[in-house]
Ligand binder design. Structure first.
Ligand SMILES: C[S@@+](CC[C@H](N)C(=O)[O-])C[C@H]1O[C@@H](n2cnc3c(N)ncnc32)[C@H](O)[C@@H]1O
Length: 249
Protein backbone atom coordinates (compact mmCIF):
# COMPACT_ATOMS: atom_id res chain seq x y z
CA UNK A 1 0.00 0.00 0.00
CA UNK A 2 1.28 3.50 -0.73
CA UNK A 3 0.73 6.88 0.97
CA UNK A 4 -0.49 5.38 4.19
CA UNK A 5 -0.33 7.69 7.16
CA UNK A 6 -1.83 5.83 10.05
CA UNK A 7 -2.27 2.66 12.01
CA UNK A 8 -5.22 0.37 12.72
CA UNK A 9 -5.79 -0.64 16.34
CA UNK A 10 -7.92 -3.75 16.92
CA UNK A 11 -9.36 -2.81 20.30
CA UNK A 12 -11.32 -5.08 22.63
CA UNK A 13 -14.29 -3.23 24.14
CA UNK A 14 -14.88 -5.79 26.87
CA UNK A 15 -18.30 -7.30 27.61
CA UNK A 16 -20.40 -4.17 28.17
CA UNK A 17 -19.67 -2.63 31.58
CA UNK A 18 -17.67 0.52 30.72
CA UNK A 19 -15.59 -0.04 33.86
CA UNK A 20 -14.14 -3.13 32.18
CA UNK A 21 -12.71 -1.18 29.22
CA UNK A 22 -8.92 -1.11 29.39
CA UNK A 23 -7.15 2.21 29.96
CA UNK A 24 -5.24 1.72 26.70
CA UNK A 25 -8.42 1.05 24.73
CA UNK A 26 -10.22 4.06 26.24
CA UNK A 27 -7.27 6.36 25.45
CA UNK A 28 -7.33 5.21 21.83
CA UNK A 29 -11.09 5.85 21.57
CA UNK A 30 -10.59 9.35 22.96
CA UNK A 31 -8.04 10.29 20.32
CA UNK A 32 -9.28 8.20 17.37
CA UNK A 33 -9.88 9.76 13.96
CA UNK A 34 -12.12 6.91 12.78
CA UNK A 35 -13.87 4.16 14.77
CA UNK A 36 -15.42 1.14 13.06
CA UNK A 37 -17.47 -0.71 15.67
CA UNK A 38 -19.46 -3.92 16.07
CA UNK A 39 -23.13 -4.39 17.01
CA UNK A 40 -22.66 -5.68 20.56
CA UNK A 41 -20.73 -2.63 21.79
CA UNK A 42 -22.61 -1.02 24.70
CA UNK A 43 -23.67 2.66 24.53
CA UNK A 44 -21.44 3.80 27.46
CA UNK A 45 -18.40 2.49 25.58
CA UNK A 46 -19.48 4.25 22.37
CA UNK A 47 -19.81 7.44 24.45
CA UNK A 48 -16.03 7.31 25.07
CA UNK A 49 -15.32 7.92 21.37
CA UNK A 50 -13.78 11.26 20.39
CA UNK A 51 -16.85 13.32 19.30
CA UNK A 52 -14.89 14.57 16.29
CA UNK A 53 -14.14 11.03 15.08
CA UNK A 54 -15.93 9.46 12.16
CA UNK A 55 -18.00 6.61 13.62
CA UNK A 56 -19.03 3.69 11.42
CA UNK A 57 -21.36 0.90 12.57
CA UNK A 58 -20.16 -2.31 10.97
CA UNK A 59 -22.50 -4.26 13.21
CA UNK A 60 -23.08 -7.85 12.45
CA UNK A 61 -26.00 -9.62 14.06
CA UNK A 62 -27.21 -13.15 13.40
CA UNK A 63 -28.89 -13.17 9.97
CA UNK A 64 -28.49 -9.41 9.61
CA UNK A 65 -25.09 -8.41 8.21
CA UNK A 66 -24.45 -4.69 7.96
CA UNK A 67 -21.04 -5.05 6.33
CA UNK A 68 -19.46 -8.30 5.25
CA UNK A 69 -15.97 -9.11 6.50
CA UNK A 70 -14.23 -8.17 3.23
CA UNK A 71 -16.01 -4.81 3.21
CA UNK A 72 -14.88 -4.07 6.76
CA UNK A 73 -11.27 -4.85 5.89
CA UNK A 74 -11.47 -2.72 2.73
CA UNK A 75 -12.94 0.14 4.78
CA UNK A 76 -10.11 -0.04 7.32
CA UNK A 77 -7.51 -0.04 4.55
CA UNK A 78 -9.17 2.98 2.93
CA UNK A 79 -9.47 4.96 6.18
CA UNK A 80 -5.92 4.35 7.36
CA UNK A 81 -4.53 5.98 4.21
CA UNK A 82 -5.74 9.40 5.32
CA UNK A 83 -6.13 9.10 9.12
CA UNK A 84 -3.57 8.58 11.89
CA UNK A 85 -5.61 6.53 14.35
CA UNK A 86 -8.19 4.10 13.04
CA UNK A 87 -9.82 1.99 15.75
CA UNK A 88 -11.55 -1.26 14.93
CA UNK A 89 -13.65 -1.72 18.07
CA UNK A 90 -14.77 -5.28 18.77
CA UNK A 91 -16.83 -6.78 21.59
CA UNK A 92 -14.99 -8.59 24.38
CA UNK A 93 -11.53 -9.56 23.18
CA UNK A 94 -10.72 -9.30 19.44
CA UNK A 95 -8.96 -12.66 19.38
CA UNK A 96 -11.69 -14.62 21.22
CA UNK A 97 -14.19 -15.68 18.56
CA UNK A 98 -14.01 -12.14 17.21
CA UNK A 99 -12.33 -12.69 13.84
CA UNK A 100 -9.53 -10.45 15.06
CA UNK A 101 -6.92 -12.85 13.72
CA UNK A 102 -8.45 -12.80 10.25
CA UNK A 103 -8.72 -9.01 10.16
CA UNK A 104 -5.16 -8.59 11.40
CA UNK A 105 -3.88 -11.01 8.76
CA UNK A 106 -5.68 -9.15 5.96
CA UNK A 107 -4.35 -5.79 7.15
CA UNK A 108 -0.78 -7.07 7.41
CA UNK A 109 -1.07 -8.52 3.91
CA UNK A 110 -2.20 -5.10 2.68
CA UNK A 111 0.87 -3.52 4.30
CA UNK A 112 -1.13 -1.71 7.00
CA UNK A 113 0.49 -1.19 10.43
CA UNK A 114 -1.78 -2.88 12.96
CA UNK A 115 -1.76 -3.46 16.72
CA UNK A 116 -4.12 -5.47 18.91
CA UNK A 117 -5.34 -4.15 22.27
CA UNK A 118 -6.87 -7.06 24.20
CA UNK A 119 -10.20 -6.74 25.97
CA UNK A 120 -11.91 -8.70 28.73
CA UNK A 121 -13.73 -11.52 27.04
CA UNK A 122 -17.40 -12.22 27.80
CA UNK A 123 -16.57 -15.88 28.47
CA UNK A 124 -14.75 -14.82 31.63
CA UNK A 125 -16.62 -11.65 32.60
CA UNK A 126 -20.23 -12.83 32.18
CA UNK A 127 -19.80 -15.88 34.47
CA UNK A 128 -17.89 -13.73 36.98
CA UNK A 129 -20.75 -11.20 37.16
CA UNK A 130 -23.11 -14.16 37.70
CA UNK A 131 -20.93 -15.33 40.63
CA UNK A 132 -19.53 -18.33 38.77
CA UNK A 133 -15.77 -18.92 39.07
CA UNK A 134 -14.55 -20.87 36.04
CA UNK A 135 -11.97 -22.70 38.13
CA UNK A 136 -12.16 -23.58 41.81
CA UNK A 137 -9.90 -25.89 43.74
CA UNK A 138 -12.91 -27.95 44.92
CA UNK A 139 -14.79 -28.14 41.61
CA UNK A 140 -12.68 -27.60 38.51
CA UNK A 141 -9.03 -27.53 37.48
CA UNK A 142 -9.61 -27.10 33.76
CA UNK A 143 -11.68 -24.93 31.45
CA UNK A 144 -12.36 -24.99 27.71
CA UNK A 145 -13.65 -22.04 25.66
CA UNK A 146 -15.56 -23.21 22.61
CA UNK A 147 -17.91 -21.78 20.00
CA UNK A 148 -21.37 -23.28 19.59
CA UNK A 149 -21.61 -21.83 16.10
CA UNK A 150 -18.63 -23.07 14.13
CA UNK A 151 -17.52 -22.83 10.51
CA UNK A 152 -17.13 -26.49 9.72
CA UNK A 153 -15.82 -28.15 6.60
CA UNK A 154 -14.00 -25.44 4.73
CA UNK A 155 -11.19 -24.79 7.18
CA UNK A 156 -11.34 -27.52 9.81
CA UNK A 157 -13.28 -30.54 11.12
CA UNK A 158 -16.20 -30.30 13.54
CA UNK A 159 -15.73 -29.62 17.24
CA UNK A 160 -14.79 -32.74 19.16
CA UNK A 161 -17.45 -32.51 21.89
CA UNK A 162 -16.48 -35.92 23.21
CA UNK A 163 -12.91 -34.81 23.91
CA UNK A 164 -14.17 -31.60 25.53
CA UNK A 165 -16.69 -33.44 27.72
CA UNK A 166 -14.11 -35.91 28.87
CA UNK A 167 -11.13 -33.58 29.17
CA UNK A 168 -12.47 -30.39 30.69
CA UNK A 169 -14.25 -29.86 34.01
CA UNK A 170 -15.68 -26.47 33.00
CA UNK A 171 -16.99 -25.75 29.49
CA UNK A 172 -17.66 -22.16 28.40
CA UNK A 173 -19.66 -21.87 25.18
CA UNK A 174 -19.92 -18.72 23.06
CA UNK A 175 -22.74 -18.36 20.50
CA UNK A 176 -24.32 -21.58 21.75
CA UNK A 177 -27.94 -20.64 22.48
CA UNK A 178 -29.40 -21.42 19.06
CA UNK A 179 -27.58 -24.75 18.93
CA UNK A 180 -28.02 -25.73 22.58
CA UNK A 181 -30.13 -28.87 22.00
CA UNK A 182 -27.50 -30.34 19.67
CA UNK A 183 -24.64 -29.41 22.02
CA UNK A 184 -26.38 -31.00 25.01
CA UNK A 185 -27.03 -34.17 22.98
CA UNK A 186 -23.36 -34.35 22.04
CA UNK A 187 -22.13 -33.77 25.60
CA UNK A 188 -24.54 -36.35 27.09
CA UNK A 189 -23.54 -38.89 24.42
CA UNK A 190 -19.94 -38.25 25.49
CA UNK A 191 -20.71 -39.12 29.11
CA UNK A 192 -21.92 -36.00 30.92
CA UNK A 193 -24.91 -36.81 33.12
CA UNK A 194 -28.30 -35.14 32.73
CA UNK A 195 -27.79 -33.66 36.21
CA UNK A 196 -24.69 -31.69 35.15
CA UNK A 197 -25.21 -28.03 36.11
CA UNK A 198 -25.44 -25.36 33.40
CA UNK A 199 -25.80 -21.58 33.57
CA UNK A 200 -26.76 -19.25 30.73
CA UNK A 201 -25.74 -15.63 31.21
CA UNK A 202 -27.31 -13.09 28.85
CA UNK A 203 -25.94 -9.56 28.48
CA UNK A 204 -23.38 -10.35 31.17
CA UNK A 205 -21.96 -7.29 33.00
CA UNK A 206 -24.71 -5.01 31.68
CA UNK A 207 -27.59 -3.70 33.83
CA UNK A 208 -30.00 -5.91 31.86
CA UNK A 209 -28.07 -9.13 32.69
CA UNK A 210 -30.24 -12.27 32.96
CA UNK A 211 -29.05 -15.62 34.26
CA UNK A 212 -30.73 -19.03 33.98
CA UNK A 213 -29.42 -21.88 36.13
CA UNK A 214 -30.43 -25.47 35.52
CA UNK A 215 -29.12 -28.84 34.45
CA UNK A 216 -28.50 -30.38 31.05
CA UNK A 217 -31.88 -32.10 31.53
CA UNK A 218 -33.90 -28.98 32.43
CA UNK A 219 -32.29 -26.05 30.65
CA UNK A 220 -33.99 -26.36 27.24
CA UNK A 221 -37.41 -26.25 28.89
CA UNK A 222 -36.30 -23.27 30.98
CA UNK A 223 -35.14 -21.43 27.85
CA UNK A 224 -38.43 -22.18 26.08
CA UNK A 225 -40.64 -21.05 28.95
CA UNK A 226 -38.65 -17.94 29.83
CA UNK A 227 -38.04 -16.76 26.27
CA UNK A 228 -34.33 -16.51 27.06
CA UNK A 229 -32.31 -15.55 23.97
CA UNK A 230 -28.83 -14.70 22.68
CA UNK A 231 -26.35 -13.13 23.20
CA UNK A 232 -25.37 -15.33 26.08
CA UNK A 233 -22.54 -17.37 27.46
CA UNK A 234 -23.20 -20.95 28.59
CA UNK A 235 -21.17 -22.40 31.44
CA UNK A 236 -21.32 -26.14 32.06
CA UNK A 237 -19.81 -27.91 35.05
CA UNK A 238 -19.88 -28.17 38.82
CA UNK A 239 -18.56 -24.61 39.26
CA UNK A 240 -22.12 -23.48 38.45
CA UNK A 241 -23.26 -24.94 41.80
CA UNK A 242 -20.86 -22.68 43.66
CA UNK A 243 -23.13 -19.80 42.70
CA UNK A 244 -25.85 -21.31 44.93
CA UNK A 245 -23.57 -21.11 47.95
CA UNK A 246 -23.61 -17.32 47.55
CA UNK A 247 -27.36 -17.01 47.04
CA UNK A 248 -28.03 -15.97 50.64
CA UNK A 249 -25.19 -13.53 51.10
C1 LIG B 1 -18.89 -13.30 17.92
S1 LIG B 1 -18.73 -13.74 19.60
C2 LIG B 1 -17.68 -12.47 20.15
C3 LIG B 1 -17.02 -12.75 21.46
C4 LIG B 1 -16.14 -11.61 21.94
N1 LIG B 1 -15.00 -11.44 21.06
C5 LIG B 1 -15.66 -11.80 23.36
O1 LIG B 1 -14.47 -11.94 23.59
O2 LIG B 1 -16.50 -11.76 24.26
C6 LIG B 1 -20.31 -13.25 20.20
C7 LIG B 1 -20.74 -14.08 21.38
O3 LIG B 1 -20.06 -13.66 22.55
C8 LIG B 1 -20.91 -13.82 23.66
N2 LIG B 1 -21.13 -12.50 24.27
C9 LIG B 1 -20.63 -11.33 23.86
N3 LIG B 1 -20.97 -10.34 24.70
C10 LIG B 1 -21.70 -10.92 25.68
C11 LIG B 1 -22.32 -10.43 26.88
N4 LIG B 1 -22.26 -9.16 27.23
N5 LIG B 1 -22.96 -11.34 27.65
C12 LIG B 1 -23.02 -12.63 27.33
N6 LIG B 1 -22.46 -13.14 26.22
C13 LIG B 1 -21.80 -12.30 25.42
C14 LIG B 1 -22.21 -14.45 23.17
O4 LIG B 1 -22.06 -15.85 23.26
C15 LIG B 1 -22.21 -13.99 21.73
O5 LIG B 1 -23.00 -14.83 20.93
Amino acid sequence: MTNRSGKVYLVGAGPGDPGLMTVKGKTLLECADVVVYDALISPPILAMINPAAEQINAGKRRGRHSLIQAEITALLIEKVQSHAIVVRLKGGDPFMFGRGGEEMEDLIQAGVPVEVVPGITSGIAAPAYADIPLTHRAYSSSVTFVTGHESVGKYRPAINWQAIAQGSETIVIYMGIHNLAHIIDQLCAAGLTAATPIALVRWGTRPEQETLIGTLETILEQVATSGFDAPAIAVIGNVVNWQKTLANR
